[in-house]
Design a protein around this ligand. Structure first.
Ligand SMILES: Nc1ncnc2c1ncn2[C@@H]1O[C@H](COP(=O)(O)OP(=O)(O)OP(=O)(O)O)[C@@H](O)[C@H]1O
Ligand SMILES: [Mg+2]
Length: 294
């Protein structure tokens, strides 16, 4: 009973979120207007999910990891995704980034429908049009910093050697690692390695950068610096970032925070302080526990 009530509340929050989404986007996501009728966002959405469901297993043992996600994220936006353990954050990120295939629904990235794409086409799209930043940095230890930054460009077959060197130098300067291109990752601190990973994620000017707990392995000060870099990639380079995080301080850097619960978007906040984000997380989990106990 209590559980059903809390499910209903989440579904109505999802509907309210959808309504808010429609205010900013028409059905195609191509043109959007704010309340004053001015054009708010030009071009197609960077990320668009429609009715995305992901189920694991079959029959009575089926796990509904995503129960129907509808979402449209404009280019040049920074979105944080939060939620309790098991709420579907990683599944959401994997489906949105073409690393996992939804059971139902569709995903569009930079206007391209990826649903039904074969693995080769998906790999190509991920290399050329998506960037990734992980908690564990995932740099290749045998390559120099510059070679690590340029790896996605090389894999995608883009640009001359000269263009590559210029691009790497520009990005390394932006992330505060000027002159460190010839070092190996092991010669850098954790924070510096994550800066290299951010430069690498931006090198192909991707449609979207997906970040999974990018500050999870960093101390508070270094985490704040890395978040500042992500923020400035959005503000000065027009990057689009979708970041999963458990940290309210990290989510406070984003333009909006989406809260997942039980495979649905249960709530959302516009840019807010860490204290507001933390309070909303507490509110999100508390009624479900109370409901389950009733
Ligand atoms: N490969 C899988 N097989 C079966 N169930 C899975 C699989 N991956 C995820 N799940 C289930 O799907 C649900 C959502 O998992 P997911 O990993 O997306 O949660 P999460 O929000 O990322 O959690 P955390 O904060 O702990 O990382 C959970 O109930 C999980 O047990
Ligand atoms: Mg996870």
């Amino acid at each position: 009973m209590g559980l059903r009530r809390s499910r209903r509340r989440r579904e109505s929050a999802q509907a309210a979120y959808e309504g808010a989404g429609r205010a900013a986007y028409d059905d195609t996501g191509r043109t959007a207007y704010d309340d004053t009728g001015r054009t708010a966002y030009e071009g197609t959405a960077a990320v668009e999910l429609r009715g995305v469901r992901r189920e694991y297993g079959r029959g009575a043992a089926t796990v509904h990891a995503l129960r129907g996600i509808d979402l449209s994220l404009p280019r040049g936006s920074f979105t944080a995704v939060m939620g309790p353990s098991g709420s579907g954050k990683s599944t959401f990120l994997q489906c949105a980034a073409g690393l996992d295939v939804p059971t139902a629904g569709s995903v569009r990235l930079g206007g391209t429908e990826i649903t039904g794409m074969n693995e080769n086409a998906l790999t190509e799209l991920r290399r050329s049009r998506l960037g990734f930043v992980f908690q564990a940095f995932n740099l290749l230890p045998s390559l120099t910093v510059e070679q690590n930054v340029l790896l996605p460009m090389r894999l995608a077959g883009g640009g001359s050697a000269r263009q590559g060197r210029d691009r790497a130098a520009d990005l390394l300067a932006r992330v505060g690692l000027e002159g460190k291109g010839r070092r190996r990752p092991a010669e850098l601190s954790g924070g510096q390695q994550q800066r290299v990973a951010i430069a690498r994620a931006l090198v192909t000017r991707p449609d979207v950068v997906f970040a999974d707990e990018p500050t999870g392995a960093l101390d508070t000060t270094t985490a704040a610096e890395v978040l500042g870099l992500l923020r400035s990639a959005v503000d000065t380079l027009g990057a689009t970032i979708v970041m999963v995080t458990h940290d309210p301080a990290a989510a406070a850097s984003a333009d909006q925070v989406l809260f997942l619960a039980d495979g649905l978007i249960a709530d959302r906040l516009p840019r807010s302080s860490a204290a507001t984000v933390a309070a909303r997380m507490t509110a999100l989990t508390a009624p479900a526990y109370a409901g389950a106990a009733a």
